[in-house]
Design a protein around this ligand. Structure first.
Ligand code: ZN
Length: 219
């Protein structure tokens, strides 16, 4: 019986190109050396102490993943517990949803859906209650926060709005491209607040041990 088989050189050239391409490149979002070129250039021109976008979205000292679906929360942790570290803090915050995962570089890529500024805790709570509660398709909302004065936060928020498009920002959002963050596994899975959350959970009903064991088992 006759059967078709591809030319040997075709197979090998495909295999070589697939070996050379990392997973994130095949999925159209290279996760290494992410460029925020326009943001960084404008900031450098306009601020005497410029801030890089990557400092704000990838290296900030506060980030959490908040289970919007309450069934996924540890113990009795409430949304406000996840944001407790933001009490009375002013700055710039971003809300993110999952976008992609790259096993080759051990990273997760997030897509930004909202940028805001001011007293972050109350505003994020308000935003989650109005827009993200009871969404069956969304289990987790990620939140990052960059602390700065309200005046600088206003500037940074406007620059993000001018350059990027956010599905949940309705006003003054002239930007067109998507804003992505790339986080390592530790930041993605546990955020920066895991110890605080473990303390809160253990005081509530003993669920702190579960959170603690997550930290240990994931290194
Ligand atoms: Zn990658």
């Amino acid at each position: 019986m006759a059967s078709f088989s591809p030319q040997p050189q075709d197979i090998s050239s495909i295999e070589v190109s697939e070996r050379m391409m990392k997973k994130c490149e095949q999925q159209d979002f290279p996760c290494i050396n992410v460029s925020y070129e326009d943001f960084d250039r404008i900031c450098a021109q306009e601020l005497c102490a410029p801030i890089r976008a990557s400092q704000i979205v990838n290296e900030c000292s506060f980030c959490v993943n908040i289970p919007v679906n309450e069934g996924l929360s540890f113990g009795d942790l409430k949304t406000s517990d996840y944001l407790k570290g933001l009490n009375k803090k002013i700055g710039l915050y971003h809300l993110w949803i999952d976008y992609d995962e790259c096993e080759d570089h051990d990273t997760n890529t997030l897509l930004c859906v909202y940028v805001g500024k001011g007293f972050a805790k109350g505003r994020i709570m308000d935003h989650i209650n109005k827009k993200y509660s009871n969404l069956t398709k969304l289990d987790t909302l990620f939140c990052s926060f960059y602390e700065c004065s309200n005046r600088i936060a206003k500037y940074l928020e406007q620059l993000f709005l001018d350059l990027y498009k956010f599905e949940s920002n309705e006003n003054e959002n002239r930007g067109a491209s998507h804003l992505f963050a790339v986080w390592n596994k530790q930041r993605y899975l546990h955020g920066t607040e895991i110890q605080l959350l473990a303390d809160i959970a253990s005081r509530k009903d003993g669920f702190g041990r579960i959170v603690e064991s997550c930290i240990i088992s994931d290194g």
